[in-house]
Design a protein around this ligand. Structure first.
Ligand code: ADE
Length: 239
């Protein structure tokens, strides 16, 4: 999968993609990350990319033309169709379902705003969707783009070592993940739950499901769609 990052600090997002699972996926050729700076497409000695907002008010707005010229080059750099996503607090909330949807595209262009945002005419004309990573305001879209990049990249075929681990992630089944333990079995901070040492895979799966259900119920009841729970799930929640 190909990622193009349009940002005044493209190296910042590319650096985030250089480590861990995503870095390894890049080395294996599972994905590639390309940074683009609209300032390289700005005119004049000052290479200006922003201007004051019409109607007054604080801050600056990113101008249409440097972004348009930059995006034209981005599109031309590869023949696969690009899904253009603008990172913004006004966007639709990022969820694991949305991450899955984005991961199915051959190519994502992540547009990062700075200042007060981007001229609305550019967004209307060129952007396919707007995504927010949460109800708080960052000083730019770069961290949000890095979040999308990471979450989408790890779902690519060949990115994770154990093909199972993405399926077992939190949210893949709409629930929070269960707790995990490793050696030592006994420790001053507590012991590993015996069921995990039993070798009984059916009992282990049941325990994990129960933990997931319980945690979701306690911590994120908003995620629990009770009508979607099976009879067995209901028994686990009650028992
Ligand atoms: N840019 C600034 N804040 C943001 C947020 N919460 N999500 C996505 N992009 C942003």
């Amino acid at each position: 999968m190909r990622f193009d990052i349009i940002s005044l600090f493209p190296e910042f997002v590319a650096q985030c993609a250089a480590f861990g699972v995503v870095g390894r996926a890049g080395e294996r050729g599972v994905l590639s990350v390309h940074g683009w700076n609209p300032r390289d497409y700005a005119e004049g000695n000052y290479r200006r990319v922003d201007d004051r907002p019409f109607g007054g008010g604080p801050g600056m707005v990113m101008m249409i033309e440097p972004l348009r010229a930059c995006l034209a080059d981005v599109r031309a750099a590869d023949p696969s169709p690009a899904r253009v996503v603008y990172m913004s607090p006004q966007g639709a909330p990022l969820t694991q379902a949305k991450v899955r949807e984005l991961a199915a595209h051959p190519r994502l262009v992540l547009l990062c705003g700075r200042y007060e945002g981007v001229d609305e005419r550019f967004l209307q004309a060129e952007v396919d969707e707007e995504i927010s990573i949460g109800d708080y305001v960052l000083s730019g879209g770069e961290l949000a783009a890095a979040v999308v990049l990471d979450a989408v990249a790890r779902l690519q075929e060949g990115a994770l070592n154990d093909a199972e681990s993405a399926v077992q992630d939190s949210f893949e089944d709409g629930l929070l993940d269960c707790p995990h333990y490793t050696r030592p079995v006994e420790h001053a901070l507590g012991n590993v739950p015996p069921v995990l040492l039993s070798g009984n895979h059916a009992e282990i799966a049941k325990w994990r499901r129960q933990q997931s259900l319980g945690r979701t119920w306690l911590r994120r009841p908003d995620l629990l769609d009770e009508s979607a729970l099976s009879k067995a799930d209901r028994r686990l929640l009650e028992g």
